[in-house]
Design a protein around this ligand. Structure first.
Ligand code: ATP
Ligand code: MG
Ligand code: MG
Length: 548
């Protein structure tokens, strides 16, 4: 589907029109150091969407240059999530497959007098770099000869030096107003086993050196990244040029997606997972793709949401209500309606014959009549919601209270005649009478009722668990330097309820989505739901204050 116009599209269009390019190749380049989140979905939609609109191609490339943080589990989950979002990559690449070529390009830089081995520590390098107002200081090793550098770099590769004892740096300009150009580190020593290359390497390229080479090797025409790399663009271009790559990709930056009441950095997400604030990377409260999938968000809703947030240089914070809006829109016509009681209260229809029952017809989706009808059992004892009865109702309460009559959805009018309390004063049972003439679908119109409530037949009811979610991160009133995001984790972000559902849902499949009347849209939890014992995650409630 065509995405609306934006500044990146305009650049690509011009490049094709002026003949600067005759084709388009983009890439989505995650580092496999965590699971993808909805911010990544934005990058995915932009990269795949734009290439697709211009008949181009998109690679999935694992930017796996940091062995300490990377893992095969993340590689697998990323592939699954990109596919689930509905995108097919053209080629699958690993940056680590280019380590030989990257090494050769580094040697080329050394030979050109544009790179040197430095013995300064990481702290010293930072100190020597200077600040925005203060020029940097040259390292005493900056003037090593190419010969000496070649020898040292080779010995770094062979494993002669300990982690942190030597680095390879670009020789650019220690006085540059752009700090990224003050002799950035290109390679570091790290005696770590890599998930793809094993123990072949003990030196690893830095992002700023590796990324432009990866793009150039793959023939990427437009390298799209987020705005924090804007200042790195001169370095990106320097690497491509000085390494004498045939292909010169163009880096273009766009604003990150941020969403209210959540965190969106893999580092923070990993902390929430590792410290068990949540139930794994796919916890339904997380903005990870796998968490959102488990919660019940659809790929379609995520794509539409991301497109609506647009492509610009700015990175505003988007209200999570907008995401909810798109999932409601997507499920409105697709999700079957059903009745589920989350906080059950027994209701006995005293004038309904004991031992008898009947099957009632109920439409599956009033907004989509093609979905047909289902049959639901009805008899003398049913469950209703506790909140649908009040002994002493406030004004405008139209549900059950002594003497009041309501409609049971798809069934009959019932009138509250009596109720029973336990020793502690809790209402435990409601007694009603029903009027057989008021059956749903009949043309009864002698009197009207103001409230309609849902219910589940007690003898046929299937027990079910319902999980209701609130935002994981609470609003922070003001900036407080003493606090971290963990201080704002909402302890009440999950509420688990044990209730009942209609019997036809007893063996419902994982990931099925439906709407429980009055409660919202729910998804069958793929991890904990079992045949006969379903677990439902609430995706969103029905109410929305959000308008596009
Ligand atoms: P994080 O800060 O969450 O760890 P990252 O940028 O380090 O994210 P990468 O694996 O490098 O994660 O991301 C792959 C691609 O996704 C990059 O091009 C990155 O710019 C993009 N991306 C990551 N987060 C967002 C976001 N919130 N909005 C838009 N694009 C994003
Ligand atoms: Mg990154
Ligand atoms: Mg990161």
């Amino acid at each position: 589907m065509e995405q609306s116009s934006n500044f990146i599209r305009t650049i690509i269009k011009q490049d094709l029109e002026t003949g600067k390019r005759d084709h388009v190749i983009t890439r989505f380049p995650p580092e496999p150091n965590g699971y993808l989140h909805i911010g990544h979905a934005k990058s995915i939609v932009i990269n795949f969407g734009l290439a697709d609109d211009f008949g181009g191609k998109t690679n999935l490339r694992f930017d796996d240059t940091n062995p300490l943080k990377e893992d095969q589990e993340y590689v697998d989950s990323i592939k699954e999530d990109v596919s689930w979002l509905g995108y097919e990559w053209d080629e699958l690449h690993y940056a680590s497959n280019y380590f030989d070529e990257m090494y050769d390009r580094a040697v080329l830089l050394i030979n050109k007098g544009l790179a040197y081995v430095d013995d300064l520590s990481a702290d010293e390098i930072r100190e020597y770099r200077g600040t925005l107002t203060e020029p940097g200081k040259e390292s005493p090793h900056r003037s090593r000869s190419a010969e000496e550098n070649l020898d040292l770099f080779e010995r770094m590769k062979k494993g002669e030096f300990a982690d942190g004892s030597k680095v390879l740096r670009a020789k650019i300009d220690m006085a540059s107003p752009n700090l990224n150009l003050r002799d950035p580190v290109l390679y570091r020593v790290s005696h770590a086993t890599h998930h793809n290359t094993g123990d072949t390497w003990c030196i690893y390229p830095m992002y700023d050196f590796a990324h432009p080479l990866e793009d150039a090797i793959e023939g990427v025409t437009h390298s799209l990244c987020t705005t924090e790399f804007e200042d790195h663009r001169p370095l990106y271009e320097w690497v491509v040029r000085e390494c004498e790559m045939d292909m010169q990709p163009q880096q273009i930056e766009f604003g990150r997606l941020n969403i209210t009441n959540t965190v969106m950095s893999k580092r923070k997400l990993k902390q929430l997972v590792d410290e068990q604030h949540v139930d794994g990377w796919d916890d339904p409260r997380l903005p990870t793709i796998s968490g959102m999938r488990r919660r019940g968000f659809t790929a379609e809703a995520i794509r539409e949401f991301v497109k609506e947030t647009g492509v610009s240089k700015g990175s505003g914070v988007v209200d999570s209500a907008m995401l909810d809006h798109f999932v409601r829109e997507d499920l409105k016509l697709k999700a079957p309606r059903t009745m589920g009681v989350l906080r059950p209260l027994k209701l006995v229809i005293t004038n309904y014959p004991e031992g008898e029952m009947e099957w009632l017809d109920a439409e599956i989706n009033p907004e989509n009549p093609e979905m047909g009808t289902r049959q639901i059992p009805f008899s003398r004892e049913i469950y209703i919601e506790q909140e649908d009865f009040m002994e002493e109702p406030p004004k405008k309460y139209f549900r059950l209270f002594p003497g009041n009559e309501v409609r049971l959805k798809h069934a009959y009018f019932v009138k509250c005649e009596d109720f029973i309390k336990d020793e502690d004063g809790n209402v435990v049972e409601i007694h009603c009478t029903y009027d057989p003439r008021t059956k749903s679908g009949s043309d009864f119109n002698e009197r009207k009722v103001k409230g309609t409530i849902h219910w589940v037949d007690a003898t046929h009811a299937v027990p079910a668990e319902f999980r209701l979610y609130e935002p994981l991160i609470l609003d922070s009133e003001e900036e407080d330097e003493e606090k971290t995001f963990l201080d704002y984790v909402n302890e009440k972000s999950l509420e688990t309820l044990n209730g009942f559902i209609e019997p036809n849902l007893q063996n419902i499949d994982a990931q099925e989505k439906l709407q429980f009347f009055r409660h919202g849209y729910f998804n069958v939890d793929p991890k904990h739901s079992k045949p006969g014992k379903p677990v439902f995650n609430r995706i969103v409630s029905l109410k929305s204050s959000f308008r596009l």
